[in-house]
Design a protein around this ligand. Structure first.
Ligand code: IPM
Ligand code: MG
Length: 387
């Protein structure tokens, strides 16, 4: 009876074989890169800046200004170069029919670090071709395997750092699923040993370095047994290398509930999650902090690193003429992470402190996303006055 689908099965199997080959090759490739780039050995560090789409160019511009201000001495001394990269716009990506046009990819690869504004992610029914998200493509192509997303609300005792695996899970072949026939479609979830070990190590190292004695792993290993099961068991294995740190494991559904449980949520400090759960949980966490516009995100790989807001390009704000009122704090937090990542720890701390004053402690200039609040540029001036 199933034989009537012989043609569909053959096409699906051959597509699946290609996916398998790609993923087996990827697993080999990531195993081959051992060490992180040591920025202190570079004569000059190049930071690329792409504005992105929608509110992206607005919040990116003010963040780039603040970054230039923080690094002014090193830029003048020729130790740091900030390079504007044009062309990562949805119009160009649509015209090239590619998530990232080749010339833009080459420019990105000529930098060590990137500050990126949000980019529009097409989906079926949009005026754009349904190409892969530029974020996802960049994370994969530059192998930015760790998505680190801090969220804190000092007045509520919340201090969370999420380590979201950034290249695997549901995203690895998210735009290459199989439409077997009109009745049946299938997507795939990918977990590799190396891919999980490296994110787990980064999270445990972070906990150790910051004197945090607890790490929570969040999966749905009771249902997604093969890939989430592997993710969880590898995290537990890696955890044994850190005997002073306790590991607890949670399922994503109950963790989503616990983030709004005022009695329990303060206990969480460092969380490790597969890609999709990390995507979802960090939006919830950011909302608790004051909105997705307040949270930054570091995408870290061994050779490259990219820093961005956790949110999208907010086309609604642009359509309603509110782009200049967008909250730049997400990208300013990304600049803090960038500075820390390149070893400019003093500068990162200075900027972080000023941001804390402007966002939580004094909070004199309020961003509401609407004309009754400040513009991104006004907020940046307020911030600079505290630096
Ligand atoms: C994020 C975003 C992206 C993601 C989108 C824009 C593809 O939501 O960075 O969290 O899903 O990773
Ligand atoms: Mg997201």
């Amino acid at each position: 009876m199933i034989e009537k689908y012989a043609e569909e099965k053959k096409a699906a199997l051959s597509h699946f074989e290609k996916l398998l080959d790609e993923q087996l090759k990827r697993a080999e490739r990531i195993k081959a890169v051992k060490d992180f780039t040591d920025y202190s050995t570079l004569d000059k560090l190049i930071i690329g800046v792409c504005g992105g789409d929608g509110i992206g160019p607005y919040i990116c511009k003010v963040s780039e200004d603040v970054m230039r201000f923080m690094l002014a001495d090193e830029i003048a001394a020729g130790k740091v170069e900030i390079r504007d990269i044009e062309g990562l716009t949805i119009e160009n990506r649509a015209a090239a029919g590619k998530a990232i046009p080749d010339d833009v990819m080459a420019e990105l690869k000529s930098c060590q670090v990137i500050l990126k504004g949000p980019t529009t992610t097409p989906r079926a029914g949009d005026p754009w071709p349904n190409i892969e998200s530029a974020n996802v493509a960049m994370r994969k192509e530059l192998d930015l395997f760790a998505n680190m997303r801090p969220v804190k609300v000092p007045s509520l005792g919340i201090d969370w750092t999420f380590f979201r695996e950034n290249t695997e899970g549901g995203y690895a072949v998210g735009s290459k699923g199989i439409k077997v026939n009109d009745e049946l479609s299938m997507d795939f979830v990918v977990t590799t040993t190396e891919g999980t070990e490296r994110i787990a190590r980064l999270a445990f190292d972070y906990a150790r370095k910051n004197g945090i004695n607890r790490v929570d792993v969040v999966t749905k290993a009771n249902v997604i047994k093969t890939t989430d099961g592997k993710f969880l068991s590898i995290c537990k294995e890696i955890g044994k290398e850190y005997p002073e740190i306790a590991l607890d494991d949670w399922y994503i559904d109950i963790m989503t509930a616990k983030l709004v449980d005022e009695k329990r949520r303060r206990d969480f400090r460092v969380m490790i999650l597969p890609n999709l759960y990390g995507d979802i949980l960090t939006d919830e966490a950011a909302e608790i902090q004051g909105g997705v516009g307040t949270a930054g995100s570091a995408n870290i790989g061994k050779r490259y690193a990219m820093f961005e807001a956790i949110h999208g390009s907010a086309p609604r704000m642009v359509n309603e003429g509110r782009a200049e009122y967008a909250d730049p704090c997400s990208m300013l937090r990304a600049v803090v992470m960038l500075l820390r990542h390149i070893g400019r720890v003093d500068k990162a701390e200075k900027l972080e402190k000023a941001l804390d004053i402007c966002m939580f402690e004094e909070a004199k200039v309020k961003i509401t996303g609407r004309p009754d609040g400040a513009t991104s540029a006004e907020f940046a001036d307020y911030l600079k006055s505290k630096l």
